[in-house]
Design a binder for this molecule. Structure first.
Ligand code: ATP
Ligand code: MN
Length: 531
């Protein structure tokens, strides 16, 4: 008889280990042992991530090691950590895992292409975390698990236990530490499950360019003619929402790679925002919420166990995690050819950018490196204006190399495969936030449909004089006046004023890249208004 599964080689002596445990058993354990956990009226597992209801980007650290140091784009996003401090946190995590009565292990793959996938091992203390990663990773078959061997990367999730703030370099009780040489991630002081998912994404963002593969923070789907579309975008811009399209097969909603052979999803599941979710607006996602789905930080009726998706009293960032096959129309395995269309999603709360426009390859590079979106005015005192966010590659928080590394790979692939790039503003129309309103999801969907149906091949375009991109003048299912933003503003002078401001924000942000990128990319940025 073979020896039972154990974690002794990590110095973990806990003997009661649930490895790749079935969904019903994880439900039972979660309900029994994790405070507040409940079953929703449709069978989803409602769980709470505690104090942290979103990622903690400021607490992410990467170990500085001579082997990888020269490859990392160090700065305020990729903050270095010395090996000794990593080991202090590592030992703290192991010590905590050792006092837990039982542990969960998820052994699974990241990456649908067998040529590039990595074997990951998640060691965690909550059924919620195990179920989440079961949903988000690609679960091995019984045979694959038997042959799994040693994982390539291990996550030690001791998030229920804090980092010690008196440890040098620790600035809070939360720490997410990546060690590329030991091939480990240590999590302390946060139970937000998204840290594990994005931790693996960060690793892929490091590893893939070493093999000339472009990792991308994007969703992807494929049409009946095998035409692939990828949708880049920062959080909240619509990657998940717009990629779930009953007319097309979903490849994935968040993390993909583009190889010399085509595209593949890194993940096995989706992680959808649940705020204001409705069967009417987002039927595919709504219907994916059932037995096996993790519902994070939602508020529900104590009697009926019906979720109130409009209730944001715990967080705005309520989420649903489910395996990708919970969506009706999926590409299985989640792999496809080269993209025909690339869409950059932005949620422009200034209401300046057109809801859809066509980009030249140089403009595509410019916007990819800029990674613009905006946040609406929050509840903070005195914040009344939209806040612009520029996050290179539409995901700077997860990129390890300098943005140029990814931008060059993308530019090369766009050229090689004659891809058309589009900018889609899912944000404001008719004025900035406060005056205008968010563009109807119905219209955005119609514009994406038009891209897929090649409707824009036969329409006239107008050039935006400052940004230089081409705006289609008509689109099936969308009133024409919506297409040119200035037409939707009552106060035309105000539009010019806000546009000027946004252009300055773009230009100021791009200064940091000006010396690293080709002159024609810099030149593809917006020009100042004449007046
Ligand atoms: P993350 O990276 O955090 O997963 P995401 O890019 O996947 O973010 P979504 O989860 O798709 O973002 O969130 C978009 C949100 O905006 C959804 O709640 C959706 O209902 C809402 N929304 C409103 N109007 C639109 C629109 N016109 N287009 C897209 N989404 C819209
Ligand atoms: Mn998403």
């Amino acid at each position: 008889m073979s020896t039972p599964f154990n974690l002794e080689n990590y110095g973990i002596h806990t003997t009661n280990i649930y490895r790749n445990t079935s969904v019903p058993i994880l439900y039972e354990l979660g309900l029994r042992l994790e405070k507040g956990t409940a079953i929703s009226d449709v069978g989803a597992l409602m769980t709470y991530s505690g104090e942290k209801t979103g990622r903690s980007p400021k607490d992410k650290r990467i170990v500085k090691h001579p082997d990888s140091e020269g490859n990392i784009d160090w700065g305020s996003i990729n903050i270095g950590l010395d090996e000794h401090t990593f080991m202090v946190n590592h030992e703290r995590a192991i010590d905590y895992l050792n006092i837990c009565e039982h542990l969960y292990v998820v052994d699974a793959f990241a990456g649908w292409d067998p040529k590039y996938r990595i074997k990951t091992r998640i060691i965690c203390t909550r059924a919620y975390h195990a179920l989440f990663m079961r949903n988000m990773l690609i679960m091995p078959t019984e045979g694959e698990l038997a042959d799994f061997g040693e994982p390539d990367y291990v996550i030690f999730n001791a998030g229920q236990f804090p980092a010690n703030q008196y440890t040098s370099e620790m600035t809070s009780k939360t720490s997410v530490d990546i060690n590329l040489e030991r091939k480990e991630i240590v999590i302390l002081g946060t139970e937000y499950a998204g840290e594990m998912k994005k931790g693996i994404f960060s690793i892929m963002n490091y590893l893939m360019p070493l093999q000339n593969v472009l990792p991308m923070h994007c969703s992807a789907n494929v049409g009946e003619n095998d035409d692939v579309t990828i949708l880049f975008g920062l959080s909240g811009t619509g990657k998940t929402t717009l990629s779930a399209d009953p007319k097309r097969k979903l490849i994935g909603d968040d993390e993909h790679c583009w190889t010399n052979e085509g595209t593949f999803n890194i993940e096995g599941g989706c992680y959808a925002k649940a705020i204001d979710l409705s069967a009417e607006n987002e039927p595919d996602i709504f219907n994916a919420i059932k037995f096996g789905t993790v519902l994070e930080n939602v508020v529900y009726n104590k009697e009926t166990r019906q979720v109130d998706y409009s209730d944001t009293s715990i967080t705005q960032n309520t989420r649903a995690s489910y395996p990708i096959h919970y969506i009706d129309n999926v590409q299985m395995p989640c792999k496809a050819g080269h993209p025909e269309n690339i869409t950059f999603l932005t949620c422009d709360a200034f209401g300046v950018l057109p809801p859809v426009s066509k980009l030249s390859p140089e403009q595509a590079s410019y916007h990819f490196i800029s990674g613009y979106t905006a946040k609406v005015a929050g509840t903070e005192m005195g914040v009344t204006e939209p806040q612009a966010t520029f996050s290179a590659c539409f995901g700077a928080a997860f990129m390890m190399w300098h943005p140029n590394k990814y931008a060059e790979l993308l530019a090369k692939k766009i050229k090689e495969h004659k891809v058309t790039a589009w900018l889609v503003n899912t944000g404001w129309t008719g004025g900035a936030h406060g005056v205008g309103s968010r563009i109807k999801l119905k219209y955005t969907r119609a514009m994406i449909d038009a891209i897929h149906n090649k409707d824009f091949d036969s329409v006239d375009f107008v050039k935006d004089e400052e940004f230089g991109f081409q705006i289609p003048t008509s689109c099936p299912g969308v009133p024409s006046e919506v297409l040119v933003p200035k037409n939707t503003w009552d106060d035309k002078a105000k539009y010019d004023e806000v546009k000027k401001k946004l252009i300055k924000l773009f230009t100021d942000n791009f200064k940091q890249f000006a010396t690293d990128v080709n002159a024609d990319i810099v030149a593809a940025g917006p020009k100042n208004l004449a007046s």
